[in-house]
Design a protein around this ligand. Structure first.
Ligand code: UGA
Length: 466
């Protein structure tokens, strides 16, 4: 057994005996090369999917963390020990590190004691496609008002245009806060596995203009199981935008291949497997479907395109990616319409509403386009989703959501699998089929076995499969 494997085995054994987190157990195993981080006082602005996970993970690493958010409901829930979003492992982390975590609505209070301020606020697109940085500037205002001597660094985790770091540094300098170092530390974790990827990342990218800040932010991550890459600030900002754009391009590429497969008789699932065996291409993000959604890919690809245009470069490849992705859910509706003749008055059941499985997030979910298109065609839309919040689903459907897939499918003229929820593999499809008015399935995530579905008596359509 290699030394590394032996160490991992010892850590797992300690976790089993003590019930400690993997990270904590690893730090306590004698001989582990990683150091226990020097505990720091960290203020995290933004208690959303990024900030809450980052704050909880920093507390898990031993730091004292105050989380600050402008939403009173969110802070109230957190103070009451509840978790306002669904993210696997987050609840345990918040509960297990209670003594090192606090929550506030007061920005100045959060800044007052902090040695490091993390910015994890949202940066939504404006009408021009630029990022709205107003929440970021509000944090800087709090820094200016408090003027703390012991604040050593401001760290940007929010996704921002390249050049933002240099702008912020100039503002800090002009405000007499030149002692506050600045770092870009972009987020690469994906929803649904954010806690584990924060603690075991592929890489931690730190962009800094000076060694002191780079060392401080690196030290904050002691105990995190992944390589740290230190670079200049603009490059770190670009790594984030380019990574998301490349992933979005990969998804769009396979969706385009899927369309060609439909026309030529090839099977995109088999093609993706064959492509992915080449290590230069890799098997990930080659799942054809209804297109990418979520709070990151759509927003970040538009932001990168806007940034390129603002600098005189029309980013044509990215424009094509964005356009193909916008068309992808509409293509599904067109194929359904071709099959049913008309969608007017048809009862259509959507299985899954969130932008992917394992999250309760509905932001830019393909389901919202699918449901709105169906409603515009005069269809009667019903849905099921295990996690989507009812208030977010209702605007897109004519009814409140159903409690289970079987109930949602009863009386339907067609079913669309919109999200790849694993629960759908356990549905009794034969029983569901007899309750439907017309046994048509459009599997928008290529989740189900075509042969099995056809043998069960369904007319089965999917993306890029014959
Ligand atoms: C994405 C990135 O994967 C993270 O690395 C990044 O940190 C994050 O954005 C962010 O910028 O904060 P996320 O949006 O949570 O994470 O979700 P993904 O798992 O990447 O999925 C994005 C979308 O692409 C989903 O709608 C998913 O269904 C779709 N997708 C993904 C496909 O259609 N096919 C695939 O092969 C993979």
């Amino acid at each position: 057994m290699t030394q590394d494997k032996a160490r991992k085995k010892a850590i797992r054994a300690r976790v089993a005996v003590t019930g400690e987190s993997y990270t904590r157990a690893r730090r306590k195993i004698a001989g582990f090369p990683g150091k226990t981080p020097q505990p720091r006082r960290v203020a995290v602005f933004g208690a959303g999917y990024v900030g809450l996970v980052a704050g909880a993970c920093f507390a898990e690493l031993g730091h004292r963390v105050v989380l600050c958010d402008i939403q009173p409901d969110r802070i109230r829930l957190l103070q009451a020990g509840e978790v306002p979003i669904f993210e696997p492992g987050l609840g345990d982390l918040l509960a297990g590190n209670k003594e090192r975590l606090s929550f506030t609505l007061e920005a100045q209070e959060a800044v007052r004691d902090a040695e490091v301020v993390y910015v994890c606020v949202d940066t939504p697109p404006t009408a021009s496609g630029d990022a709205d940085l107003s929440h970021l500037w509000a944090v800087i205002d709090a820094l200016k008002e408090v003027r703390s001597d012991h604040l050593a660094a401001l760290v940007m985790k929010s996704t921002v245009p390249v050049g933002t770091g240099e702008r912020v540094r100039a503002v800090l300098h002009d405000a007499g806060l030149a002692h506050v170092g600045y770092a870009a530390n972009p987020e690469f974790t994906a929803e649904g596995r954010a806690v584990s990827t924060f603690l075991h990342p592929d890489r931690v990218v730190i962009g800094a203009a000076d060694d002191r800040t780079a060392r401080l932010v690196t030290a904050l991550h002691e105990g995190v199981d992944g390589p740290v890459e230190v670079m200049d600030i603009p490059s770190a900002e670009m790594v984030k935008l380019a990574s998301n754009a490349l992933l979005a391009t990969k998804i769009t590429f396979i969706n385009e291949i899927a369309t060609v497969c439909e026309a030529t008789g090839a099977d995109v699932e088999t093609v993706a497997k064959g492509i992915g065996m080449d290590p230069r291409l890799g098997p990930h993000f080659l799942k054809a479907g209804l297109g990418y959604g979520g709070s990151c890919f759509p927003k970040d690809s538009r932001a990168l395109r806007a940034m390129a245009s603002n600098n005189g470069h029309p980013f044509q490849l990215l424009s094509a990616v964005i356009e193909v992705n916008e068309l992808q859910p509409r293509r599904a509706i067109q194929r359904l319409k071709n099959e049913l003749g008309t969608l007017k008055g048809r009862r259509i059941c959507l299985l899954g509403m969130t932008f992917k499985a394992g999250t309760d997030d509905m932001r830019e979910a393909p389901s919202t386009v699918v449901a709105s298109r169906l409603l515009a065609e005069g269809a009667d839309v019903h849905c099921w989703d295990p996690l989507a919040r009812p208030a977010e689903v209702e605007p897109w459907t004519s009814t409140t959501r159903h409690a289970n897939p079987a109930e949602a499918m009863a009386g339907a003229d067609a079913v669309i699998v919109v999200t790849e929820w694993p629960q759908l593999n356990d549905v009794d499809w034969a029983a569901a089929r007899v309750t439907m008015r017309n046994p048509l399935i459009f599997d928008g995530r290529n989740l189900l076995d075509p042969k099995r579905m056809r043998d069960t008596g369904f007319t089965y359509m999917s993306v890029g499969r014959p």
